[in-house]
Design a protein around this ligand. Structure first.
Ligand code: XBP
Ligand code: MG
Length: 252
């Protein structure tokens, strides 16, 4: 079996439960700041999440509301810039934290000499700030953000770019994701993929994921293993040996 040389993490919904408690709140505050009547509740935001990238998400929603193309082209970037500024304020104020078990897993990987990377469709304006706030001191060697790729997830480009910057073949690394769009992206890049679902993604079609859990788990409080398609024997704690058992998967 190949060695586990790197793990490539998604951020939103995976390292941090940021969609419900961060992005959604910031999008709504931006609508309010622009005196617009739109508000995204939990359920609606769950549906809108299938459009990755905040500006694209706003533009698609405005189109559904009958806003003209010219007006969308003006409004979507302005609203997104406002949303990003508000999100950064929330991050700086400590509104977001790592999901339970994330710090344990990252510490284990660092101790095991496994290289760390990020592949997200979120924007660089907040991604590194969030990481340094919620997992301070963790050495992410490569951080690929949505504004640096031409095609966002489910396209594989974010993961392919992360592997290129790590100078590794897909068989030497594993992706950790939370959503169907993320799994499609990782698998299309040839990576094995472990998924840790959250409230928004528990109902997603994750049939191409290798391992699915409902949390990162800890020995005292293991997560539920929802699928273990590579027979890792994971008992509810997503740890370094479990991820190592996923490497070497054949490109999908
Ligand atoms: C995350 C996204 C992002 C965030 C919002 O998807 O799609 O658009 O929702 O961030 P993934 P921005 O977790 O699959 O990377 O507003 O910066 O786009
Ligand atoms: Mg995600």
């Amino acid at each position: 079996m190949a060695d586990l040389e790197a793990v490539v993490f998604d951020v939103d919904g995976t390292l941090v439960d940021s969609e419900r408690f961060g992005h959604r709140v910031a999008f709504n505050a931006a609508f309010e700041a622009f005196d617009l009547p739109y508000r995204w509740d939990d359920d609606e935001y769950g549906r809108l999440l299938h459009t990755t990238g905040g500006e694209r998400r706003i533009a698609g929603y405005l189109a559904d509301q009958g806003v003209t193309a010219d007006e969308r082209d003006r409004l979507a970037p302005a609203l997104h810039a406002c949303k990003t500024k508000l999100l950064v304020e929330m991050i700086d104020g400590g509104a977001l934290g790592a999901r339970p078990g994330v710090v344990r897993l990252l510490d284990e990987l660092v101790a095991g000499g496994v290289r760390l990377a990020v592949a997200t469709t979120g924007s660089r304006a907040w991604v590194e700030r969030l990481l340094s706030r919620v997992v301070p001191g963790i050495p992410f060697e490569v951080v690929v953000t949505g504004d640096e790729v031409t095609a966002r997830k489910p396209d594989p480009e974010a993961f392919t770019e992360a592997l290129a910057r790590l100078d590794l073949p897909p068989a030497a690394a594993v992706a950790v994701e939370d959503s169907a769009e993320g799994v499609h992206s990782a698998v299309a890049a040839g990576l094995a993929c472990a998924v840790v679902v959250n409230g928004y993604t528990a109902g997603h079609d994750l049939s191409s994921a290798d391992l699915v859990l409902d949390g990162f788990g800890d020995v005292e409080r293991p997560a539920a293993v929802l699928a273990d398609r590579r027979a890792t024997g994971c008992a509810g704690v997503l740890d370094c040996p479990t991820l190592a058992r996923l490497v070497g998967r054949e490109a999908g």
